[in-house]
Structure formats: C-alpha cells, structure tokens
Design a protein around this ligand. Structure first.
Ligand code: NAD
Length: 278
C-alpha cells in the first residue's frame, strides 16, 4: 500500500498539524528505528515524543535516516515535570533539541500541570519566550484541566495551541472539549485506543461497527476521533497496525454510529489524575 495522505488541522497560531501522528511512548530506545521506518512509509509525518520517554535521540536518528525533509515533518516533544519553572523550562527545551539533533520543535508541550508544584504559569512564560526566539514553532499543554487553562488565560498572553489529554470512548472529556472549542484550542487525544488494555477494542458496540464498515475496531475508534476533530497519536510497533491506524480516511461513521460510540462514555481514566499527579 502507498502512503496515506493525512489531513491537517489548523492551530490558533495559523500552523498546520497532521490530524494523525505516531506516538512513541514506551518504545524502548533502540527499538524505534523499525517502527518509525514503517510509519514514514505508511505516510505518518507527525511524531509525538517526550523528554520522559527517553527516546528523543532515537527519534532524531530515525528522522535523519528517513531522508524526509525537516519541514515536511511535525515533531512534538514535552517538558517533564522536574524541569518546570522559567529557567529550567528553557534549559529543558535546549536539552530536548540537543537529544533530537534539531534546531527547532514544531510543538512543545508542558507534559503535566503538576499543580502542587505551582510552576506551570512560569513555565508557560518560558514557553512564550522559546516561541519568540524561534526554537519552538507552536506551544501547547498536556493533561491540563479547565481550571489550569483558565489560569493561563487570566495570567498570560498566549492561549495554548493544543491540549493533549487522555481521550477515548470510555473517557470522552466533554467539559474540556467544550472549553477547547470555545477558546480555539485543538484537542489532541493520547491513549486514543484506550491504550490497548481497557477492553475498548473488544467492546461489542465497537466490534459491531467494525463489522458493519468492514474495518478493524481500532479504525472505527480512530475514525470517531477524526470526525470529532481530534488530533490522534496512536502507538504501535507492529507493522500491520501502524498501517491500519493511519488508514481511516476512506470511510465515514454516520450519525447513528457516532451516537452509539458517544453512549460508551464512562468517565474512566486509564492514566493518572492531572489534579494530583506530579
Ligand atoms: P494507545 O491508545 O495509542 O494504545 C496503544 C496500544 O494499543 C498498543 O500498545 C497496542 O497494544 C494497542 N494497539 C495499537 N494499535 C492497535 C490496533 N490497530 N489494533 C489493536 N490494538 C492496537 O495508547 P498510548 O500509546 O498510551 O497513547 C498514544 C500516544 O500518546 C503515546 O505513544 C504517547 O506518544 C502519547 N501519550 C501521551 C501522554 C501524556 O501524558 N501526554 C500519556 C500517554 C501517552
């Protein structure tokens, strides 16, 4: 199969970001080259890593090996909790760039609000500076709740371009999505498939729709995200699944299908609670 062409979403700073990207959480350093090669040949041009994943250097190496021009790629990384604060965040960005072997990030995210540290506003001011210096094209946040977004709105001058949060049919994040829509923040879903462990891909509603459309359960769930306007970054190290997860642009869920998936919401998190984590 040839490369799938992925549509872009437009961020509030005018930058375009592919709606489907490749997540690399828990891919061990050294094990990333093969999957990333598969991903590039399937058509992925956006990669989601983080300082905490310990694989930024491998991402950089795989990008260079691919021969794909840097400006055709969209590279996201995230600042870890122990690097929050004005100086530490600027330093954290430089260190990520060094590990990636790049002179610019497409998107830099505050990984968690870590509200007990109470440093995310200062960190955000550092991010504005990194953007102004051209080290980072777009700036955003991850795992921010509405209260954290409100505080940035009250105390700083920049609305995040993106909020990357846990989001899947068992945790649909209605309140956050509404806030994002009202304030021009793109919703990016991590764990878009329920992290493969939630039972989501075996849910009878999902498997029923998969059968109806002649697609896999993962494709049905990713298509649901895409039709809601979410950016998704599914992770797989299996070649056939890497291809499957980007191949979601040749069918459509109808209103009844979308309603059936909407009815699966249980407010069930697989990951940590952002109000207490960090
Ligand atoms: P995911 O929902 O993408 O699930 C990945 C798992 O689902 C795989 O390990 C595999 O077991 C299974 N899977 C993948 N494709 C499949 C398919 N086609 N059919 C059947 N099973 C399939 O969960 P994730 O990896 O946790 O999240 C995706 C990405 O989001 C991560 O790689 C990372 O980049 C990002 N992330 C960010 C945060 C954050 O705090 N910002 C947290 C977790 C993950």
């Amino acid at each position: 199969m040839g490369e799938i062409r992925v549509p872009d979403v437009v961020l509030n700073d005018g930058v375009r970001m592919p709606q489907v990207g490749f997540g690399v959480f828990k891919v061990e350093p050294g094990a990333l080259a093969g999957p990333l090669r598969e991903a590039f040949s399937a058509g992925y041009r956006s990669i989601d890593t983080a300082a905490m994943y310990g694989n930024e250097a491998d991402v950089g190496a795989a990008v260079r090996e691919s021969g794909i021009a840097r400006d055709e790629l969209f590279v996201t990384t995230k600042l870890w909790n122990d690097s929050q604060g004005f100086e530490a965040a600027q330093q954290g960005c430089r260190e990520s760039l060094e590990r990636l072997g790049m002179d610019r990030l497409d998107l830099f995210l505050i990984h968690w609000p870590a509200p007990r540290q109470d440093l995310y506003v200062e960190t955000w001011r550092a991010f504005e500076g990194l953007r102004d210096q051209g080290l980072v094209t777009s700036i955003g946040v991850s795992n921010f709740q509405v209260a954290h977004l409100r505080r940035l709105a009250e105390e700083t001058a920049t609305v995040p371009a993106v909020n990357q949060v846990e989001l899947h049919p068992y945790l649909q994040q209605a309140e956050l999505r509404e806030y994002h829509a009202a304030h021009g923040i793109v919703t990016e879903a991590w764990g878009p498939l329920g992290q493969g462990k939630s039972g989501l891909l075996a849910d009878p509603v999902v498997t029923g729709l998969a059968e109806k459309h002649g697609k896999s359960p993962a494709q049905v769930v990713l298509r649901w995200h895409v039709q809601l306007g979410n950016v998704v970054i599914p992770k797989s190290v299996t070649a056939s699944r890497i291809v499957e997860n980007i191949d979601v642009f040749d069918f459509a869920l109808d209103d009844g299908d979308m309603d059936a998936i909407a009815s699966l919401d249980q407010g069930r998190r697989g990951g940590p609670d952002p109000d207490t984590f960090g």
